[in-house]
Design a protein around this ligand. Structure first.
Ligand code: NAD
Ligand code: AHE
Ligand code: ZN
Length: 369
């Protein structure tokens, strides 16, 4: 079938709206009509050319929501008409990783996904005979996509696509980083570096679990007002701090933070986030994604003296199990997504959405089809 998609032909080039050919679902797969998609910083990261798994041409996008239009043989967990959120971290419930109970990193299709292909090793997208890569197993910048059944979360039928699409990445990542990965407890002091779509969700989850100080750090002071609405108690703009940021934050938290979250993708900030943690027990969670060739460093003494460095992908969430619950939290007013969506535009304005993100003028632009 013909579908409408924003195609990334080469790194750092604007996306191009094209009529692309899509092959239908095979056994165990579903066809989903994407109704809305967010633009996450990871899409910009891959488009920049810094992603070692970034392949071109490709259809980017991984923060979507839509409706099942067709199911292949053997599909049991969803049916035509179901609302779903595509999962870049699937949940097969059968692989060693899923069965371990220790991680959300289902590996059932990870190898082909990283090659921009479906599990059978083929791409279903083509443009005039030229193969186009899938991206993160999702490619939500296309109005129709094909996914394995294990990579869709069925959600309630009254969930609005242009809001719950953010649960496909930023919302779940930020909230899950707090609840699943760090397991922040009531009364903890928390520092969040980067107050974008992910960082604001770290803040709202930290507030939800009863954190004490929730300190937000961002170079863009325009992020302050919304972060306060989400629960930030103190704001720090590093460019306005005299001297080093780390001792400043250690003083502010009277000895160091119990938990810090790096939500930028900057390796220097990752080090600061670790080193402003409390001696003996502080935990720093890396959420941000840094480019090919970049490495983190610190004095091992920082770890010897009890600080813990960890990371999180999709907030440690098991998609098919946890995503429908997070949708319920939104529908029941427990979490705020509305204020994260600053602009809703048609997919034709996808390049404008990237520009707005780079200028720091939005938390999320949602693109519709
Ligand atoms: P975003 O662009 O919405 O927000 C980033 C924020 O960081 C902005 O507010 C910006 O002003 C701020 N910032 C930039 N440099 C800074 C610095 N040196 N010091 C302080 N603040 C700075 O991005 P996002 O969509 O929230 O994503 C954040 C990061 O998380 C990205 O690296 C993204 O790739 C990554 N990410 C990871 C996962 C995961 O599963 N681990 C999921 C989603 C996003
Ligand atoms: N190909 C990239 C991977 C970047 C990365 O870490 N991605 C996160 C999700 S970011 C969503 O906005 C993730 O899920 N990681 C686990 C995984 O298996 O990819 C690179 O840098 O190599
Ligand atoms: Zn993302």
């Amino acid at each position: 079938m013909d579908v409408k998609a924003a195609v990334a032909f080469a790194p750092s080039q604007p996306l191009s709206i094209e009529t692309v050919q899509l092959e239908g679902p095979k056994s165990g797969e579903v066809l989903v009509e994407i109704k809305a998609t967010g633009v996450c910083h990871t899409d910009a990261y891959t488009l920049s050319g810094a992603d070692p798994e970034g392949l071109f041409p490709a259809i980017l996008g991984h923060e979507g929501a839509g409706v099942v239009m067709e199911v292949g043989d053997e599909v049991k967990s969803v049916k035509v008409g179901d609302r779903v959120i595509p999962l870049y971290t699937p949940e097969c419930r059968q692989c060693e990783y899923c069965l371990s109970g220790k991680t959300n990193l289902c590996q059932a299709i990870r190898i082909t996904q990283g090659k921009g292909l479906m599990p059978d090793g083929t791409s279903r997208f083509s443009l005039n005979g030229q193969m186009i890569h899938h991206y993160m197993g999702t490619s939500t910048f296309s109005n129709y996509i094909v996914l394995p059944e294990i990579a869709v979360a069925k959600i309630r039928e009254d969930a609005p696509f242009d809001k719950v699409c953010l649960i496909g990445c930023g919302v779940t990542t930020g909230i899950g980083a707090v609840i699943n990965t760090a397991k922040v407890e009531p009364g903890a002091n928390v520092v969040v570096f980067g107050l974008g779509g992910v960082g604001l969700n770290v803040i709202q989850a930290a507030k939800m679990v009863g954190a004490n100080m929730i300190i937000g750090v961002d170079l863009n002071s325009k992020k302050r007002e919304l972060a306060e609405k989400f629960g930030m108690t103190h704001f720090v703009n590093p460019s306005e701090v005299e001297g080093d940021l780390v001792p400043y934050l250690v003083d502010l938290t009277k000895g160091g933070a119990d938990y810090t979250f790096e939500c930028i993708g900057n390796i220097k900030v990752m080090r600061q986030a670790l080193e402003c943690c409390h001696k003996g027990w502080g935990v720093s969670v890396i959420v941000g994604v840094a480019g090919a060739g970049q490495e983190i460093s610190t004095r091992p003494f920082q770890l010897v003296t009890g600080r813990v460095w960890k990371g999180t992908a999709f907030g440690g969430a098991k998609g098919r199990t946890d995503v429908p619950k997070i949708v319920d939290w939104y529908m029941n007013g427990k979490i705020n997504i509305d204020d994260l969506v600053n602009k809703i535009m048609p997919i034709e304005q996808v390049n404008e959405a990237f520009d707005l993100m780079h200028k720091g003028e939005v938390i999320r632009t949602v693109l519709t089809f």
